[in-house]
Design a protein around this ligand. Structure first.
Ligand code: HEM
Length: 359
C-alpha cells in the first residue's frame, strides 16, 4: 500500500493489520525472528497497551525540557567548531555526532563503546527487509555491536539517572518483569539512533538543495518545528517502509488480501501522495505537514518523536544565527539500507553569518 489514505487506514486498524507477526518482511508465525521481538514495535494489544503505557510515562516533554539547555549548548559548540573547520562531512560530523553526544546520556548508557549503536541499528533496520546480501553483511558487521548493546541494556550497566534505569524502576513497581525491562531499554537503542542520524543528514541535504528554504527559515525563526515536519514528509527523512500482517482476509477495491499476508506500507510514498498533498514534490517549510506518516500513525506511532524533534530543533537553533548558507562541496553518497533512507556521506561547507549581523 502506497496511497496516503490506505496506509493511514491500515496503520489505524491494528486488529486487522497486526504488528505482532513482525513489522518487516518476515512473518513471525512462520519464521523465527532474527532477535527476540520488540515488546513495543512487534506486539499487539493487550501487551502493547501495557508496555507503551509504561514507556509513555518515561518519555515526557518535562524530562526533555530538563535536558534542552545542555543539548542546545552542545549543538552551539558543534556548529561553531564546524564553521571554523570549513568543509566537513555532515553525516559523520553532525548527523551522527550530535545524537551520539546527547542520546546515550539521556538513556544513561555506559561511556565506553557508544559508537557501537550505529552498526547495531543499521543491522536492526536491514533486518526488516528481505534476507538479502545487505542483511547478511550488516548482521556480520553488527555482531560485536549486538553483544555491546545486550550488555548496555542490563540494570547493572546503566547510570542511575537515565531513562534506562526508569524502565527498571517500573519493573521494581511490578509494571513489567526484569526481562521485559531489559528488552524495553533495547527499544530505545534500536529505534532512537539511526533514525535521528539519518533524519538530520537528510534534512541538511534538503536545505543544501533548497537554499531559498534556508533563507526563509532565517526570515521566520518560528519555522524550525514546521521545517522538520516538512522534512519528514518531503525527503523521507528516515523510515521508508514498515510491514503489517493481515489477521483476517480483507476485501479491497483491487481484490482480496488473504489472511496471513505481509503488507508493505510505503510511508514515504504516502507522504508524497498527490491525493493528499498539494504539490507533493515541493519542499516547502511553510507547509502544514502535520498528518504525515513519517512517524507512523495510530497505536505504534513513534515513541521517540519528541526526542527527535528536540534534537533537530536544537541543531537548527544553533545553526540559524551562525550559518547563512549550506553548500554541497561534493556528491553525497547513499548508504544502502533495507528500510531507512540513508546517506553515507554529505560533503558540505557552512557559510558563516557576517559578524555584524550576528551581533
Ligand atoms: C527522525 C527520527 C525518527 C523517525 C523518522 C521514526 C519513525 C518511526 C516510525 C515510522 C515508527 C512506527 C513504526 C510502526 O508503525 O510499525 C516508530 C516507532 C517507534 N519509534 Fe521512532 N522514529 C524516530 C526517532 C525515534 C527515537 C529518537 C526513538 C527513541 C527515543 C524512537 C523510538 C521508537 C519506538 C520505541 C517505536 C515503537 C513504538 C510502538 O510500537 O509503540 N524513535 N518510529
Amino acid at each position: 500500500m502506497a496511497r496516503y489514505s490506505e496506509v493511514q487506514a491500515a496503520l489505524r486498524d491494528n486488529q486487522t493489520y497486526v504488528s505482532g507477526r513482525g513489522v518487516g518482511l518476515a512473518d513471525f508465525s512462520r519464521e523465527t525472528p532474527f532477535r527476540p521481538p520488540s515488546l513495543l514495535l512487534e506486539t499487539d494489544p493487550p501487551l502493547h497497551d501495557r508496555t507503551r503505557g509504561l514507556m509513555n510515562r518515561i518519555v515526557t516533554l518535562g524530562a526533555l525540557r530538563a535536558v534542552a539547555p545542555r543539548w542546545q549548548a552542545i549543538a552551539d559548540a558543534m556548529v561553531e567548531q564546524l564553521l571554523d573547520r570549513g568543509r566537513f562531512d555532515a553525516v559523520s560530523e553532525l548527523g551522527t555526532a550530535f545524537p551520539l553526544a546527547v542520546f546515550p546520556d539521556l538513556i544513561g548508557l555506559q561511556d565506553e563503546g557508544r559508537e557501537q549503536l550505529i552498526p547495531y541499528a543499521a543491522g536492526v533496520f536491514n533486518a526488516f527487509g528481505p534476507r538479502n546480501a545487505l542483511f547478511e553483511r550488516s548482521q556480520i558487521a553488527a555482531r560485536e555491536a549486538s553483544v555491546w548493546v545486550a550488555a548496555a541494556c542490563k540494570r547493572e550497566n546503566l547510570k542511575p539517572d537515565g531513562w534506562g534505569m526508569q524502565v527498571y524502576a517500573a519493573a521494581d513497581r511490578g509494571d513489567c518483569s526484569e526481562e521485559e525491562a531489559e528488552r524495553l531499554v533495547r527499544s530505545f537503542l534500536s529505534a532512537g539512533v539511526d533514525t535521528t542520524v539519518n533524519g538530520i543528514g537528510n534534512l541538511l541535504h534538503a536545505f543544501a538543495l533548497h537554499p531559498d528554504q534556508w533563507q526563509r527559515l532565517h526570515a521566520q525563526p518560528n519555522l524550525p518545528p514546521r521545517a522538520f515536519e516538512e522534512g519528514l514528509r518531503w525527503i523521507r527523512l528516515a523510515v521508508q517502509t514498515f510491514f503489517r500482517t493481515t489477521s483476517r482476509s480483507v476485501e479491497t477495491p483491487e481484490g482480496t488480501i488473504p489472511e496471513g499476508s505481509k503488507v508493505a506500507l510505503f510511508l514515504a510514498a504516502a507522504n508524497r501522495d498527490p491525493r493528499r498533498w498539494e504539490n507533493p514534490e515541493r519542499f516547502d517549510i511553510g507547509r502544514r505537514a502535520s498528518g504525515h506518516v513519517g512517524f507512523g500513525f495510530g497505536i505504534h506511532q513513534c515513541l521517540g518523536q519528541m526526542v527527535a524533534r528536540q534534537e533537530v530543533e536544537c541543531l537548527l537553533r544553533a545553526m540559524l544565527p551562525r550559518v547563512s548558507a549550506i553548500r554541497l562541496t561534493g556528491t553525497p553518497e547513499r548508504g544502502l539500507n533495507n528500510t531507512l533512507h540513508s546517506l553515507a556521506t554529505l560533503p558540505v561547507e557552512f557559510e558563516a553569518v557576517k559578524a555584524e549581523v550576528r551581533q
